[in-house]
Structures are given as C-alpha cells and as structure tokens.
Design a protein around this ligand. Structure first.
Ligand SMILES: [Ca+2]
Length: 109
C-alpha cells in the first residue's frame, strides 16, 4: 500500500479554479477542517452559500477572468453587499471589514 502523507485539516488550503468564486470558512483561504469551502461559477448572477459555509465565510477569492463579484448578506429583506472584488482579486480576512462569519451569498456586480 502506498502511503499518502496526511495533511493536517487546519492547514488545508484549496486553490480556486479559474472562473470560480471560492469562499472559505477560515482566514487565509483555509477550509477550517470540516468541509467548509464552496466554489461557485462566477457566471451565476447569484449563489446562496451552502449550509456548511453560510455565516462562516472568513476569506474569499474571485478567480474569474473579467467578472466583478460581491459578497454579502440579507438584511431586512434587502441585499447588503459587504465587499466587491474585481476579477483575480482576493481577501484573506473578512474580519478586516467587520464581515467575518456573516456572508449569505455571492453575486455578480
Ligand atoms: Ca448572514
């Protein structure tokens, strides 16, 4: 049997494929151990974050080639966009803008 080196869950960093938006449960693009990483096509106008990552997002990447994306949450029935990232940009810590563990969705901008 060929052994595969175990990687500590805390250290797992998943790269973001081109044309996707990726949202991570921990800062610095870490998944946080359990599966809490969501990628969604940037060409979706709107994507709800799945239960595993909903209200847990701490960092995110817009790996689209040209599409600007926003991350936000629902407030009193309206969309609050906490941050917008141009294509190819990322934010390694949503705490810096007071938006840690709050995101409900990503959408085109
Ligand atoms: Ca929220």
């Amino acid at each position: 049997m060929v052994g595969i080196a175990a990687v500590p869950a805390q250290a797992s960093v998943l790269s973001c494929p081109t044309s996707n938006v990726c949202v991570y449960a921990e800062a610095n693009f870490l998944t946080g151990g359990s599966y809490a990483w969501q990628k969604t096509s940037g060409f979706s106008a709107y994507a709800d974050l799945a239960p595993g990552i909903h209200d847990r997002a701490s960092s995110w990447i817009n790996a689209n080639n040209s599409q600007r994306m926003g991350i936000g949450e629902w407030v009193n029935g309206g969309q609050f966009i906490a941050q917008r990232l141009n294509a190819g940009w990322k934010d390694n810590n949503l705490s810096d803008i007071g938006f840690n563990d709050r995101a409900d969705f990503v959408l085109q901008q």
